[in-house]
Design a protein around this ligand. Sequence first.
Ligand SMILES: C[S@@+](CC[C@H](N)C(=O)[O-])C[C@H]1O[C@@H](n2cnc3c(N)ncnc32)[C@H](O)[C@@H]1O
Length: 564
Amino acid sequence: MSTRVRSPTSDPAPLEKKIRLDHHTIDEADISIEDLGVPGPSKKASKKSKKKQKHILPEPYSTGDVLWRDVVALLGSDVVENALQHGTEWTSPFDHREEVEVVVSTLSSNGAHMYVLPLFVNADEPPRASGDALARSPASHPPWVIVAPFALPRERIRVRVYRSSRLHSFADLVEVITPNPDLRDDSRVECRYFGKCSGCQYQMLSYDTQLGIKRDVVIKAYQNFSNLPNESIPDVLPTIASPLQYGYRTKITPHFEAAPKKARTQAESGSADFSDKPNWLKIGFNEIGRRTVLDIEECPISTPVLNAALGPIREDIIKNIWSYKKGVSLLLRDSIEHLPSDMSAIPAPEDEKHVCITNHKETVRERVDSTYFEFPGHSFFQNNNSVLVPLTSYVRDAIFPSSKLSGPTHLVDAYCGSGLFSLMLAPYFETVAGIELSAESIKSATENAVINRLPEGKCSFLAGDAANIFSTVSHFPPDKTALIIDPPRKGSDEPFIQQLVRFACSTVVYVSCNVHTQARDVGMIMDMMEREGGGRKYVLESLRGFDLFPQTAHVESVAVLRLV
Ligand SMILES: C[S@@+](CC[C@H](N)C(=O)[O-])C[C@H]1O[C@@H](n2cnc3c(N)ncnc32)[C@H](O)[C@@H]1O
């Protein structure tokens, strides 16, 4: 039985050459049919173009852009080109709320449903509801793509369309008419909210299948977004599994709305029932495809400590709901209760008590192997503690391959947060320099070096834009320096990459929560070095996904570049 879902091979020829993939607001009237010498648009389309309706095209490398590439790959470039020439690409063949039966072709390599508020409110985190199913419209309709959640390749599904975009429509899944028995096993689903909550997409799949899909996402991202020739992209290695596939998430941010006006008026007139949870009150995460909140009493991908805390927190909100004037986003963070009193005799991990932190300013403590990290509740820290030893060890081993007799002695940690990579890898380097935009995280990183008793002066941390690091490490020997890049979802930027290329360190390990911007940046680094490196170039030595978020469509990606 095959459990691997394979996405279709994308057209390797850069589509932009054939189709204008503008990324700004366009006007339908821009497309001159006469100029193109092709038949005119349908009545419906020309009526619309007279209205000069504005349509927003997605930002490059955004989830919408990734989805658009998937749409083009599925319909075929000829079909898309034809629609663009006829000006019919915004003319949905489906009415609002129309139900339609389709067969799923593939899974999207990124999020759709972009308008949904994030479940975990942090710009560094994945957008919700990625991994949607993509299906071609039935033969009775013009070529179009249906995007629907929770369905799998080769499944026949019934969906209800709720919004249309450029050559694709978003739809709710109404029914899986013919399941794919090779992939789907609904008995795997461990969460009672699965199928409604926007948090997880893949609970019905085996874990191996999830890892295979994530590998395909990395492959497609480099094909579509790196601008690299195929021969420069190595075979993508199998995705590294998370040791925990449930109960791993160390931070959640459920939210709720304050009482609506009508309920408040009733309450003020004394006609409201104060004894129970009001029907309108939902405390939880966003419902899939809706702007509404789904009431959540537990979240099986989150740690037991967070789940134990959620009940009493909900009770407290229910009791005091009338005192809230505005909606609130809660914070629940899993933390070690306190640091060991004697850092030379740290306890076994299972002997350390964990607590739930709910105050944004309170200190959270996490342990990775035998290194401790402290940071304020609202600061960034990776949200799956179980995978951090494999992740940091992998980065270390990539920097020091066994074939190399003498490895780097200096480490630059760009976008260092509270020092995860710097401190985990410090024992292997003479000197470590980290940079990070958040002054608060830099303060944490500096204090974490002290907590972990690293020799004074070994690690230095600077608050500022990542590009500023290169002027402060000009004394580092480039051929003995390794650089770790771990930027937010939008990726790095040209000033940083220009200085990276000028500095020319021997190894670059790029860790990313957005493989599409990573592919863009890696392509840019390699291209710039080839043009400006005076005969030296970066080789993309290895590429693979890391599963930081099992049961979801999100994939972290690690790319290793070596200067030759
Ligand atoms: C994905 S996090 C990685 C943090 C750290 N490497 C870790 O694993 O804990 C990205 C970090 O980049 C920081 N950041 C965002 N923009 C930045 C910039 N222009 N320069 C430096 N750091 C930046 C954010 O504050 C965030 O801490």
